[in-house]
Design a protein around this ligand. Structure first.
Ligand code: AMO
Length: 421
């Protein structure tokens, strides 16, 4: 952190490097915004500087002197050095080479000092704030719902059970039921950004056991097309913000972002299956697997020059009980996924708001109405037609920055093998 106090400049930061040339010593100091050179010639300060080890934390006070040959075009000539802490050597993580994802996660407090890795999380902060800001500007209320729940929302298998005093409870997989409750409560438009939990035993590049879910819900929609419009505008707004705020970080990561054109293409599941016919022989499957999503991503890029598309009209067989079915065809639902560079980043849908139909759909999916009584009650005393979406923050950033693994855009990944730190 740099503080300017009159003529004096104070740099607080980590010592990236001590270059000791005998009668002169250079310190490269790094803070969250960049690196600075401190040039020491004073004898007393020289002996102090020689005590320093890489990654120690210091406060250096002195005068800025223009020097076009050093980083930033200036160096600090110190009058005072205060050593806050000396870093033990050797560090368990080498900050100047790539050590591999597992080691970088094991030593998160150190890997985050690497500008390449810090840049990912600075951009993630912008993405989070931009999406929140977009929806608030459009009249959405921010809510926070409980993460301790009595029933699974997204299908029964992948929940983490917990003991809640003497009762069985679960960590929430999604705020799905509560955001719908807010529609029944008359709030019309809500957004929640918060953690959700999925007991996904996968060892792959797209699943986490805890991720940040961006959830929206909107009343009085005419169709799920209204939700798609919100999502594409929100993503365009977000990418514009990242381009504006994170130029430096994008440069460090070697990423050139382009503002996506609207509307994003819409392709029904049936059309996608037709397009993939010659490349992908999994027609019997109702959903697209990761390979199918990737192939469709490439097709859309080649055909429409778009990184995004909506895959619409999911079959009822892979839908949740709360998804509304298509008027003209009971086997098809008003559920869509948003695919970004070949990976699903969002699921959205119009919900079934008619009590009797919802009850029948729940039974059809083999669920027990008694376990969902609190939820079903939302539909008995007046509820507007509504729909919404859930987006995975880490997946958006992974795709935006062409990262290989979603754990790279997760501060503290929870996977079957990662519980610490
Ligand atoms: P869904 O389960 O498809 O839908 O999740 C929505 C989005 O959340 C992200 N996501 C994940 N990210 C990392 N690790 C995971 N294990 C993981 N699972 C999901 C993805 C996905 O597109 N209630 C519905 C949303 C809605 O209809 O409003 C839901 O949660 O980006």
């Amino acid at each position: 952190m740099i503080v300017q106090r009159g003529e004096k400049t104070i740099i607080n930061g980590f010592v990236k490097q001590v270059r000791d040339l005998g009668k002169i010593c250079f310190l490269i100091i790094r803070d969250i915004n960049g690196e600075y050179q401190v040039t020491i010639k004073d004898e007393k300060l020289l002996s102090q500087a020689k005590e320093l080890k890489d990654e120690s934390v210091v406060r250096v006070e002195g005068k800025r002197v223009e020097n076009p040959s050093v980083i930033n075009g200036w160096e600090l000539i110190p009058e005072k050095i205060e050593i806050y802490t000396i870093a033990e050597q050797p560090l368990p993580l080498n900050l100047s080479i790539k050590s591999g994802l597992d080691k970088e996660i094991d030593y998160r407090f150190l890997s985050l000092r690497i500008p390449r890795i810090a840049s990912i999380f600075k951009i993630e902060s912008t993405v989070n704030n931009a999406i929140q800001e977009f929806f608030n500007k459009n009249g959405f209320f921010t809510i926070h719902t409980s993460k301790i729940v009595a029933a699974a929302t997204e299908g029964g298998a992948n929940v983490f059970p917990i003991l809640y005093f003497d009762k069985q409870a679960f960590l929430a997989q999604s705020p799905q039921f509560y955001k719908q409750m807010m529609m029944s409560a008359g709030f019309e438009k809500v957004i929640e950004i918060g953690p959700v939990f999925r007991a996904e035993p996968h060892h792959d590049t797209r699943h986490l056991c805890e991720y940040t879910s961006i959830d929206i819900e909107v009343s009085y929609i005419k169709s799920y097309e209204d939700i798609m419009k919100y999502l594409e505008k929100a993503l365009q707004y977000t990418i514009k913000k990242v381009i504006k705020i994170n130029q430096k970080e994008l440069e460090i990561l070697g990423i050139k972002l382009e503002i996506p054109k609207l509307p994003f293409p819409r392709i029904t599941m049936k059309e996608a299956k037709e397009i993939l016919k010659s490349k992908y022989n999994k027609e019997e499957e109702e959903d697209l697997d990761p390979e199918g999503e990737r192939l469709m991503g490439s097709y859309v890029k080649e055909t429409y020059n778009s990184d995004f598309f909506f895959l619409t009209e999911f079959p009822w067989s892979v839908a949740q009980f709360y998804h509304m079915r298509k008027k003209e065809d009971n086997n098809v639902t008003y559920r869509a996924d948003l695919i970004y560079k070949g990976l699903e980043i969002s699921t959205l849908a119009q919900r079934e708001h008619r009590y009797e139909i919802l009850l029948n759909q729940l039974k059809e999916k083999g669920l027990h109405p008694e376990e969902f009584k609190f939820y079903l009650d939302f539909f008995r005393y007046g509820v507007p037609p509504h729909g919404g979406a859930g987006l995975g923050l880490e997946r958006i950033v992974k795709q935006m920055l062409n990262l290989e693994n979603v754990q790279e855009s997760t501060l503290l990944p929870r996977t079957p093998t990662h519980l610490v730190p």
